[in-house]
Ligand binder design. Structure first.
Ligand code: SAM
Ligand code: SF4
Length: 469
């Protein structure tokens, strides 16, 4: 009999990719995906620990399942991802009806764990080793993933896919849980990455986004020598069918001229770089242990401007980090004004257990001040983003069409015309009036209007040249 699975994914692109892998694996074990927890035999929550708010949302969603489980004891509940790795048994204590806890490096164990629960062996937990639990090579192995399993049906669109090239992180920024939850930095073997990209191209994927926490630090050493991100991009560029290559997230210190020149010279590489600055103040950067000063970030930024003058650069900022004064914060505002980022993701600092900042620094910026700084920085960024977009009115951009826009998601499925959405090579969001058949096409769109987040346009008529009759 077919069993049903519901999966709820929160957090970053890594989690979206992990969920795709989990579902591909479960389908091989006879599961079918359903849209609501009510219809499902197996309920999975793929979780994020980057901020407390994300964790509390998950605990609150789990709390709502208490009665569901009491009334339907055969339903199985699994908590996957970073919270599973970080909180481990704490999840069983806070939500005793959970059947399985699976860290991001142990997702391949899920089918076996489900069998054990079904066989009455009680609740199960599979997590990777802690950073100090043993030899580095054993710790690293316990965090490996199982990427070659792919399921196009689980992707946000069939034409776009994430491809992991790097696991874990060794930077240990003082505020961040990732080095603990995702383990040591490891570059996947280029041969594995290339063969996975070929499978994606065969499945009709046009755009691949390479994933890594510090993706531009990617390195893989073997007997044949060392491969870096630039060399990998050169190999991926040769694959027929792939039209766009992106990579996120970049670490400012590792943005080499050689990588930038490769992006400039390979037409499939998007001139889009996500290089989080986190703060515009040297004192704050030092306490964050980011490993660079503002002057060094600017040097890197100017290198980008020099090599790829038309590049779109985006950033992340944390506001209200330990000891951040108004003066420090104004330096972040000044950095947004100076770099004129395409967009920035702005986060209020959230203390994370197990990090150096939680152990050694005081979370001394009041909640209201964090909220006000968040609001102010977002306003400045939105103004800058809109100014970029205003300059694009009247131009024509090349759009990879993803599907109906949010506004049209619930439109009548038989309606011929709907608002469609897609992205430019520089990762800008574009909407236009079109039809569902355009999904997966690359179209020229003329831009008429803009907001800070979106370009609004119309498809340029394709000129039809008739020959003979
Ligand atoms: N590896 C990437 C990097 O170094 O930029 C991204 C890591 S994290 C998944 C994404 C963003 O979350 C970070 O860039 C940072 O701005 C934010 N973040 C991480 N830890 C945080 C914390 N404790 N509180 C608030 N924001 C945090
Ligand atoms: Fe976290 Fe810093 Fe690693 Fe990014 S580079 S994942 S912020 S520790």
């Amino acid at each position: 009999m077919t069993k049903t699975v519901y999966i709820k994914t929160v957090g970053c692109q890594m989690n979206v990719l992990d969920s795709e892998m989990v579902i591909a694996d479960l389908k091989r074990h006879g599961y079918q995906v359903v849209d609501t927890p009510r219809e499902a035999d197996l309920l999975l929550y793929n979780t994020c620990s980057i901020r407390e708010q994300a964790e509390e949302k998950t605990y609150s969603a789990l709390g709502k399942l208490r009665d569901t489980k009491a009334n339907n004891p055969d339903k199985k509940i699994g908590v996957l991802g970073c919270m599973a790795q970080k909180d481990q048994e704490v999840i069983f204590r806070r939500a005793p009806f959970v059947d399985m806890i699976v860290g991001p490096g142990q997702l391949h164990s899920l089918p076996e764990m489900i069998s054990k629960v079904d066989a009455g062996e009680g609740r199960q937990m599979a997590v990777s080793m802690g950073r100090k639990d043993g030899k580095q090579s054993l710790v690293a192995r316990s965090h490996e993933t199982f990427d070659p399993l792919r399921d196009p049906a689980m992707r946000p669109t069939p034409f776009q896919a994430y491809l992991r090239i790097q696991i874990g992180c060794d930077k240990f920024c003082t505020y961040c849980v990732v080095p603990n939850t995702r383990g040591p930095e490891q570059g996947r073997a280029p041969s594995e990455i290339i063969s996975e990209a070929r499978i994606l191209a065969k499945q009709g994927c046009l755009e691949i986004t390479l994933l890594g926490q510090t993706v531009n630090s990617y390195r893989h050493r073997s007997d044949e020598g060392e491969t870096d991100l630039a060399a990998l991009l050169e190999q991926l560029h040769e694959i027929d069918g792939i039209r766009r290559l992106k990579f996120v997230t970049s670490y400012p210190k590792d943005m080499s001229r050689r990588l930038l020149e490769t992006v400039r010279d390979l037409p499939k590489c998007s001139p889009y770089l996500h290089v989080p600055a986190q703060s515009g103040s040297d004192e704050v950067l030092k306490r964050m242990k980011r490993g660079y000063t503002v002057a060094e970030y600017m040097e890197m930024f100017e290198r980008i401007e020099d090599v790829i003058p038309n590049a779109a650069v985006s950033s992340d900022f944390i506001v209200g980090f330990c000891g951040e004064t108004d003066e420090d914060f104004q330096k972040s505002v000044a950095l947004v004004e100076r770099c004129r980022f395409k967009n920035s993701f702005i986060f209020q600092y959230s203390v994370r257990g197990g990090t150096k900042a939680a152990e050694r620094l005081e979370d001394d910026v009041p909640r209201e001040v964090k909220a006000a700084r968040n609001h102010e920085l977002l306003e400045v960024q939105n103004r800058v983003s809109k100014e970029h977009h205003l300059k694009m009115i009247g131009s024509t951009v090349e759009v990879l069409v993803e599907g109906p826009s949010k506004k049209s998601k619930n439109a009548d499925p038989d309606a011929p015309a709907v608002q469609m959405t897609g992205r430019t090579h520089c990762d800008r969001i574009v909407v236009f009036d079109g039809n569902r058949r355009q999904a997966g096409q690359v179209l020229d769109v003329h831009i008429d209007e803009v907001t800070s987040n979106t370009l609004i346009g119309r498809v340029r008529q394709v000129e039809v040249v008739s020959i003979g009759l």
